[in-house]
Design a protein. Structure first.
Length: 313
């Protein structure tokens, strides 16, 4: 499949890269990292990265604004996006050929060519692997290395998550041989504005955990307004409970207008199937979902508890 993807890249003069809505570092890193590899390797091609920008990640790179006409006879590559409904910029189907590159479970197998590797820690890791496979034909620039390293760091939690493998570390080592500022990346990825820090105190004080290690906390509109925190930024607090003694899995519920975003994390129980029940999905230990009522919050909380109870057995 990697060979077919490289041949497609060689074939097209215009290549447009997409990623998912509400992007994280891996979405930016894989999309823009691959774009930089293609630019450096094939200077004559037009290469664009599109999608709704995320203000907190602008330090990694800026998205491009392009006309609809650019999609005519273009190759479109979607990175780090499991489901079609989550692709940012709905023009992704307007090209001549569509490629999906992703590391999430392949529940929605869209595209003409699909490369899905659920064993990879991140889509950024897959892009480094792609480069390494064809190192004789491709060029990895410092800009691309910086982007891909940020993506791997983001999706592995600074190499702390179980998804980090020997291969992950080996490919990351290849990236750090380039002269970019790793400390600056860590600082920008993990620095939080004062309102978020203050809201984190509320989360730590008010989360509830049952006897099976299932924990939840709910952030409604009034609370977010009190702390002056945007719902999207509040999602950054989902990992704050991971060091709680006895915790097995948890959900951060965040009200966002008429919807409630559920951010799920786990230290063992598989949670992505639960997320799928509520218009979501993701990895076995890190997922997201969208729910529509307090009654669904209660139902999801009960199911999380059951997952933890069964896991403990």
């Amino acid at each position: 499949m990697k060979t077919k993807i490289l041949e497609a890249i060689k074939q097209y003069d215009v290549i447009i890269l997409h990623r998912h809505v509400r992007p994280d570092p891996d979405a930016y890193g894989s999309q823009m990292g691959l774009a930089e590899i293609i630019r450096a390797s094939f200077p004559g091609k037009e290469v664009y990265s599109v999608g709704q920008p995320e203000e907190s990640l602008r330090f990694l790179g800026e998205v491009d604004t392009i006309a609809d006409e650019k999609y005519q006879d273009a190759l479109v590559i979607v990175c780090d996006t499991a489901n079609e409904e989550r692709v940012s910029d709905r023009r992704y189907t307007s090209g001549k050929q569509l490629i999906k590159i992703d590391h999430h479970p392949n529940d929605d197998p869209y595209g003409d060519l699909l490369w899905v590797d659920t064993a990879a820690s991140s889509c950024s890791e897959m892009i480094v692997d792609f480069y390494e496979t064809f190192a004789a034909e491709l060029t990895l620039s410092t800009t691309a290395a910086r982007l891909l390293y940020a993506g791997i760091v983001g999706d592995t939690g600074r190499f702390l998550y179980p998804s980090t493998t020997e291969k992950t570390l080996r490919l990351a080592a290849k990236l750090v041989s380039f002269p970019f500022d790793r400390s600056a990346i860590y600082e920008r990825l993990y620095e939080l504005p004062r309102p978020i820090i203050q809201l984190s105190g509320y989360v730590l004080e008010h989360f509830e955990m049952d006897e099976y290690g299932a924990a939840t906390v709910y952030l409604d509109d009034a609370l977010l307004q009190k702390y002056a925190v945007d719902p999207r930024r509040a999602s950054a607090l989902v990992s704050i409970l991971e060091n709680v003694e006895g915790i097995r899995a948890w959900i951060l519920f965040i009200q966002e207008g008429e919807f409630i975003r559920a951010r799920l994390r786990s230290k063992g129980p598989v949670i992505n199937e639960l997320a799928k029940e509520y218009h979501g999905g993701g990895h076995p230990l890190a997922s997201g979902a969208t729910i529509h009522s307090p009654s669904e919050v209660e139902a999801m909380t009960r199911k999380l508890s059951l997952l933890c109870q069964n896991y403990s057995k």
